[in-house]
Write a new protein. Sequence first.
Length: 316
Amino acid sequence: MGKILLTGVDGNLGSIAAETLLKLEKKENLIFVAYSEKALTKYKEMGIDTRVADFNYYEGLEEAFKGADILGLISMPFVGPKRQAAQKNVVDAAKKVGVKKIVYTSLVNAGDETNPSVEKKDHIYTERYIESTGLDYIFLRNSQYAEAMITNYFTYVHLDGVLKNSQGDGLMAYISRKDCAKALAYALHRGFEERYHKATLNINGKELMTISKFIEYGNKATGNHVTYKELTDEENYQIFDAMGVPRTTDGVFKKDSEAPFSSDGMVTFAQAIREGKMAVHTTDFKELTGDDPITVLEMFTHNEDYQIGERHSKDK
């Protein structure tokens, strides 16, 4: 198949994808890219080809991507023009040096123009830009990370026991970030199979559920008694404002925050769920990896291993 290049191996998802790739591929087939030399040390010591790159700047990207046949692009953790520009830089450089295919981590239902999620705008921009270049691709449209809502659940365990947001009775097939990383690794590993030529895959969890059902699983596994209260979108913003969460990714994020995302992203995501825009469920994950996705109940049972963790934004 050729050389596989994985970007973002210093991040939460990328580091897990890297470990999975090491089980699927020979080291000589891999190129790992990160924001800093320090993040690459352990891989370099293993004999893997490692390269440093900052996607905010085009300079140096061609050199970083040379020799790769398929490239895994993990979406940047910031939102808006900066993310679009950074991801365009990656695509342009990949195209210039002869990369044949890009595997991109996108968002469930990203192509729906009526989807109100602000996150969706950057994902559909990137998908369409990749398509316009003529490159082959796999778009992995991930459902919401269960880790984000598990962390949120425990925030309310420590407060008043009432989880509050504005997603109402909308449905989401919550999936572990670990499974999203596994899907990325397998998509890179199997990327040149004919069935994955210009493919769009929905990477969903085991079942569609409301947030109330999600909480039921949490209570069953932990013995807590969290309940759910639906808010308006504006009330949801006010909750995050009180927590010190910035409205956009241009704001200042607290280190080790229990909400390492901007409130614009989270509130419009909740709106999209409430309006039924995220109610997508397929078997694409199992067909790609051969495994069933981790269930929400299992994640809650081992919740110390399924927290959202530190934000790894590298925007400048």
